[in-house]
Design a protein. Structure first.
Length: 642
């Protein structure tokens, strides 16, 4: 443990007014060059601080052997993440970043077969949701220690999104400094070297330096893939950095979430007033547009954090915010809480492009399957591999048309109730490759009970394929379909590492209806019948899947985990042990029960089509239609082809 003597000068900083305080903090950069305190001073502080630190760290103690027998983790049923739904045109609620122990399912598969599933009990950071009334969202049929994705957000084109983000992570529970811009150095054997000074030289040591290192892993934000909205301020702003709520030496919060959210209700009211009549408006533009009660609270939290870490040049967050704010630029650092507010603009013109006097935006928000994840530059990959991601489904005429096409069919839901086919009951599949720690037994360079950081250890025996994909936190779950049923699968590849190449289904049938939240034209949809498809990280696919009439358990959905399209292996005509079928089982599909009912008769559901008697294919939004030279689209882009 090393301490710097000048930190005793913090009370002097608090006694200065704000302008002098900024100058004082700026001048104190010489702290990095001040020699370390005398050994006696360090010893005295150690006697005081070590017991408190040990007491604080005690709850996070890891099992001495992190690799454990999974509790009922094989042949599990498919589960859906919990849902945070919009009400009266507003998606309201809270996304909290918390730290929890999860049993991470872990399997690395050899080509042609599924590997043995074990679990790694590991402390991770995860997104958890609450409704606007404070009710916790829990996935039905799951345990608290499962790595379920963040809640599925459901809104509709034309809605407002008003989300409170709270960072409740206890930084002391994670090894390393995890400073705002300090590198978390990790040796290949798992040795952790937080920040500076440089770790000792050795053949097993990585020497990453900022910005090309993992850093600020406890800092986070939310990035929304696919939203047609403001990329600045409180919209889809990937540059915001929200630090954890402050805690005392015992690990107790010194600022409660509700205290950090002071003024949020007022801000959301202001935001609705600004964006309801002008959904594509870029608002707010400056900090002065925010309630003064919240900016004052943030100024106090930022300044306290800077004073607490005044010996580190990497954490002058209040000073940096002041520079940006006075230059008219949106500040990027926040402590504890941040309000997200943006609109999902609807295209309201009848034709495309809209006439000049139209108040409709040139393009509206595309309804479809989107997603969100933590996007702190420097830690995005490790955060996503811990599961900090979730689905964002934006509904619109696409859903209305699907419900009109299939709504007459009556099916049995997972609870055994008979219900009409509806897009809200369809499957959401968030795929992920969880980073896991394989050390911690005292034999792999880490002391017993110490886990390696998730992303760096990886756990993969195959550098090419990496870990198997989990589906909503489970490996190879069992998904149920009725004979002849057509389901809509909304698939999201939230992995930070590998693509998922979906192989031609065996026994099932499918047609792809959308890609990355954009509905296909009918011709493209019709040509996708039982064709394989490639999902790079962040890709989304809407897939209509049809079960056979024959009851069988299980049918398999297989994928190849690859880093590029060129890595995809062809399937041999006659698989052998020397040349087995590539890929691993992503899902087991059990076809069971009775057939769907239509007019009280058991029937075989049909794919969507455009001919009489077929369920009608959804009308594609006009702003998504193919480029048409007749309306001079090419001329508008100076005939540039992409």
């Amino acid at each position: 443990m090393t301490l710097q003597c000048p930190k005793v000068l913090r009370p002097a900083a608090r006694s200065l007014d704000s302008s002098k305080r900024r100058q004082w903090l700026h001048d104190k950069r010489f702290f990095h060059f001040v020699p370390r305190c005398l050994a006696a001073y360090v010893l005295v502080l150690a006697i005081i601080l070590i017991p408190a630190a040990q007491a604080r760290a005690a709850p996070a103690t890891s099992p001495t052997n992190p690799s454990v027998q999974c509790r009922d983790r094989e042949n599990q049923d498919f589960v859906m993440p919990p849902v945070l739904d919009s009400r009266a045109g507003i998606l309201q609620g809270t996304i909290a970043l918390v730290d929890e122990f999860h049993q991470i399912p872990h399997a690395v598969s050899a080509p042609g077969k599924t590997g043995e599933v074990t679990c790694i009990t590991q402390l991770v950071r995860a997104f958890r949701g609450k409704t606007a009334t404070g009710e916790k969202l829990v996935a039905r049929g799951t345990n608290n220690d499962e790595p379920i994705p963040g809640p599925t957000l459901r809104a509709r084109v034309g809605d407002l999104v008003q989300l409170s983000f709270i960072n409740e992570v206890d930084s002391s529970r994670f090894a390393g400094s995890y400073g705002i811009e300090e590198c978390d150095e990790v040796g290949q054997n798992g040795e952790i070297y937080p920040g500076r000074p440089d770790p000792p030289v050795g053949p097993q040591t990585r020497f990453d330096v900022h910005p090309n290192c993992l850093h600020a892993s406890n800092t986070a934000n939310i990035h929304f893939h696919g939203t047609h909205t403001n990329p600045n301020s409180t919209g889809d702003n990937v540059y915001n950095q929200i630090l954890p709520l402050p805690r005392d030496n015992q690990g107790k919060l010194t600022t409660k979430p509700n205290d950090a959210k002071v003024g949020f209700n007022q801000y959301f009211e202001n935001c609705a007033r600004e964006l309801r009549p002008a959904p594509v408006k870029s608002w707010p533009t400056t900090w002065e547009d925010l309630p003064k009660i919240w900016t004052a609270k943030q100024n106090g939290l930022l300044l306290d954090h800077e004073q607490k870490h005044q010996g580190s040049t990497s954490q002058p967050i209040w000073t940096e915010n002041e520079k940006l704010r006075t230059a008219g630029i949106w500040p990027i650092y926040y402590v504890g809480a941040f309000p997200y507010c943006f609109a999902l603009p609807a295209y309201t013109a009848g034709d495309w492009p809209p006439p000049r006097d139209s108040k409709s935006p040139m393009m509206g928000q595309a309804p479809g399957t989107h997603w969100y994840h933590a996007h702190k530059h420097g830690s995005t990959a490790t955060n996503v591999m811990e599961g900090m991601a979730g689905a964002f489904i934006i509904e619109g005429k696409y859903d209305d048309d699907l419900n009109a096409a299939y709504g007459g069919y009556i099916l049995e839901d997972d609870a055994g109730n008979m219900r009409a086919w509806n897009t809200r009951a369809q499957k959401v599949l968030v795929l992920n490759q969880f980073g896991v720690a394989t050390g911690g037994t005292g034999t792999e360079g880490t002391p017993p009970g110490v886990l390696k950081p998730n992303i760096l250890a990886g756990g993969a025996t195959s550098p090419e394929s990496g870990l198997d994909f989990a589906v909503n936190g489970r490996l190879g779950p069992r998904l149920k379909m009725q004979p002849g049923e057509v389901q809509l699968w909304r698939i999201i590849n939230s992995s930070a590492r590998s693509a998922a190449y979906f192989m031609v289904p065996d026994g099932l049938e499918w047609k792809q209806i959308a890609q990355d939240g954009v509905q296909f034209a009918f011709e493209n949809y019709n040509n996708s019948y039982n064709k394989p498809f490639y999902m790079a990280p962040a890709n989304r696919v809407d897939l209509l899947v049809k079960a056979p009439i024959a009851r069988k358990e299980p049918y398999e959905v297989r994928v190849q985990n690859v880093l590029s399209r060129s890595s995809v292996r062809p399937t041999p005509i006659s698989p052998t042990s020397d040349d087995p079928t590539p890929g691993t089982v992503l899902l087991h599909v059990a076809v069971e029960g009775r057939q769907p009912l239509l007019d009280n008769k058991e029937v075989d559901m049909r794919f969507l089509g455009n001919t009489l008697g077929e369920p009608k294919f959804p009308e594609q939004p006009k702003f998504l239609a193919s480029i048409d030279e007749k309306i001079k689209e090419l001329k508008q882009s100076n005939y540039i082809r992409r």
